[in-house]
Design a protein around this ligand. Structure first.
Ligand code: G3I
Length: 341
């Protein structure tokens, strides 16, 4: 599937490579891999000082042997991070010095381990606040270190591996309600003289929302920064949603519908394909977009089977549960084929 113009990636988990059919599909269709969970802080350093890289290594080795690139996800995030990193046993913030030391040790160890094997890192993930009151979300890292925790993470990351690309990654930052705060944060990183190579727009979309116009306003604004723009976690959720549009798994809704347990109706399948086609045609009009990564490979391995309602049967990806290409896959191929070089 990999186009000449775009690097096309997928998020994967190491155990999925137990299935030879999955492994050959990934090797054939994608140009880069992002470990979906296995480079996150609670996977690589759940216990302070005890690093476990075996599962992430398996993905990196697979990528190397099939000439695929690897994107590291993620070094600093409020979720899937062990409490000890920023809080004491009573849940109080650590001192700034102690939290900074933990952040630095973590970033140095992880980036040294993967040096030369990872093209770029989501250094900080989802730090921008959803509400308008402040730029940064209230998180354990921010409470312990202060507002410059983002800058410090970028500083440590560049010190740890000056050859790696460094990205800021977040959800909904292309959208009107959140975009300006993300732009301000990126400006702060640049004003501090720190390296940042790109911004990752996650791209967790639904069939009709957000509108292409709104997404395009985001692509324009981030392209104007002159950095790489990447769509880092693309999926399109065809199931009905309640109030929640945010990609925060903690915001799981209590009840909801599971209308397509027996299969996706053909008209919805077509809508999904049309939506993917339009999204890729839009992305391809923006030369600053260097990569599009799908957040999963097939319908069965998507996080959207458990969000915003646990245990639904969802259909957000380009391949079905039997790893067969869906109409959405063909729509993407057509969009890539029609793109100007
Ligand atoms: O590791 C435990 C395992 O020990 C336990 O037995 C099992 C039982 O449920 O849970 C395992 O943890 C799960 C973890 O994935 C690893 O598989 C969590 O329950 C589950 O909630 C977690 O979900 C991940 C989610 O991030 C957490 O926020 C998804 O797989 C992953 O796709 C998702 O990815 C995030 C991006 O990193 C950032 N942007 C949003 C995106 C979607 O939420």
């Amino acid at each position: 599937m990999a186009g000449d113009r775009l690097l096309i990636g997928a998020a994967v988990s190491s155990q999925e490579f137990d299935q030879p059919k999955f492994a050959s599909l990934v090797a054939d269709q994608f140009g880069c891999l992002t470990p979906c969970n296995e480079m996150k802080p609670d996977f690589v350093q759940r216990v302070k000082g005890k690093f476990t890289f075996d599962r992430a290594d398996r993905i990196v080795q697979f990528a190397a042997s099939h000439h695929l690139q690897v994107i590291g996800h993620t070094l600093c995030w409020h979720s899937q991070t062990p409490k000890w990193m920023y809080e004491d046993e009573g849940g109080k913030p650590l001192t700034r010095e102690a939290a900074l030391a933990n952040l630095k040790t973590h970033i140095y160890a992880v980036m040294h381990h993967f040096k030369g094997k990872v093209k770029g890192w989501d250094v900080v993930n989802e730090a921008v606040n959803d509400g308008p009151e402040q730029i940064l979300r209230d998180t354990p890292a921010r409470r312990a270190i202060g507002d410059d925790f983002v800058l410090k993470a970028f500083q440590f990351a560049h010190e740890a591996d000056p050859t790696a690309e460094l990205y800021y990654n977040d959800y909904n930052i292309d959208l009107d309600y959140k975009r300006d705060r993300a732009l301000k944060l990126i400006q702060q990183i640049r004003d501090a003289g720190l390296r940042i190579d790109g911004v990752g727009i996650q791209g967790h979309y639904m069939l009709e929302k957000p509108s292409l116009d709104e997404i395009e306003r985001g692509l324009k604004a981030f392209s104007a920064l002159g950095l790489q723009v990447m769509i880092t976690e693309l999926d399109v959720d065809p199931l009905p949603r309640g109030k929640s549009m945010i990609a925060d798994i903690n915001a799981t809704e209590g009840a909801g519908l599971n209308p397509y347990k027996e299969g996706l109706p053909e008209e919805v399948q077509t809508q999904l394909a049309d939506r993917y086609g339009s999204l890729f045609r839009l992305f391809l009009r923006y030369p600053k977009i260097s990569r599009v990564t799908m957040w999963g490979v097939h319908d069965g391995d998507s996080w959207l089977n458990d969000f915003p309602v646990r245990g639904r049967t969802n259909y957000p990806m380009l391949f079905d549960r039997g790893l067969k290409a869906k109409p959405a896959f063909n729509a993407v191929i057509n969009a890539l084929a029609q793109a100007k070089p």
